[in-house]
Design a protein around this ligand. Structure first.
Ligand code: SAM
Length: 263
């Protein structure tokens, strides 16, 4: 298996012929996307990593850019309520079906944008966002900093005073060690400049067969990523995942000390 040789995920490929249209995936191909993410984190590292950051019991959670509900579904059994929000009603349809099948009744889904949240002020304890805020950087190109600032302002508005934000992003698909994708490096630096702490984990994919691996990896990451699939009978594609987190109180303190203005 090669080590971090390939372009990291989100298909930030330089070669336009291998560029996957993720907008189309999120508008039309939610079921296939869910088949792929269902294979990720086969060692189940994500939940314990999040539990190191905070205790979920009794929390009202907003999952921003929930997609087919990976994080909402993971957290629903551990929290008081989970609100899944995404730009794509199509993705939310898949999320709702999965959450309904969990039979917990503590969830809702709403279409909306990171930069304009359809929620009351001070209404959630935790905002979590997985592999989604990065699209403000990828899709908004030169405007990304302003768009990200708008999203962070909205997140602060809806968080209760003791609230926390957790942002999860790729540190490389096909990588055994973390490597910041070129396109996201400035964004990650921006978060850390704002006082976010970072950790990382492996969330490798494991597929049932080589056929399935090729189909799903090609679908989302493109042909070039096929070279990184392992040779095992149940092939593995390594994935490094970064986790950034911050308390709302810390954000307020950072703002006060950096420019003297209370937000
Ligand atoms: C890679 S998927 C991640 C989905 C899910 N969080 C997961 O862990 O599988 C990215 C999702 O972000 C959503 N998204 C992208 N930009 C968004 C925005 N500005 N506001 C809300 N959702 C957005 C997309 O519609 C898509 O469902």
């Amino acid at each position: 298996m090669s080590k971090g040789l390939h372009t990291p995920s989100l298909c930030l490929l330089n070669n336009p012929t291998d560029m996957i249209d993720h907008k189309k995936v999120y508008q039309q191909e939610g079921a296939q996307y869910q088949r792929l993410v269902d294979r990720e984190d086969y060692r189940e590292n994500l939940l314990p990593a999040l539990e190191k950051i905070l205790t979920f019991k009794g929390l009202d959670v907003l999952d921003l850019g929930s997609g087919t509900g990976r994080l909402a579904h993971l957290l629903a059994p551990h929290v008081r309520s989970v609100h899944a929000l995404d730009l794509s009603p199509h993705m939310l349809g898949v999320a709702a079906e999965r959450l309904r099948n969990q039979d917990l009744g503590n969830w809702q889904v709403t279409a909306g944008d990171h930069r304009c949240l359809p929620l009351e002020d001070n209404s959630v304890d935790l905002v979590v966002s997985g592999w989604s805020i990065c699209y403000l950087v990828v899709w908004e190109d030169k405007k990304w900093k302003g768009e990200l600032e708008s999203a962070l302002l909205e997140i602060r508005r809806v968080l209760r005073p003791e609230g926390k934000i957790i942002i999860i992003e790729t540190l490389g698909t096909g990588n055994e060690l973390p490597e910041e994708p070129d396109k996201l490096r400035e964004y990650f630096g921006f978060l850390e400049h704002k006082g976010f702490q970072r950790s990382w984990i492996r969330t490798d994919y494991r597929f049932d067969s080589h056929r399935e691996a090729r189909e799903l990896v090609d679908f989302f990451f493109g042909k070039e990523m096929l070279n990184n699939i392992g040779k095992e009978p149940q092939p593995i594609l390594p994935e490094c995942t970064g986790i950034w987190w911050q308390r709302l109180r810390e954000i307020r303190e950072t703002c006060r000390s950096s420019n003297g203005v209370k937000i």
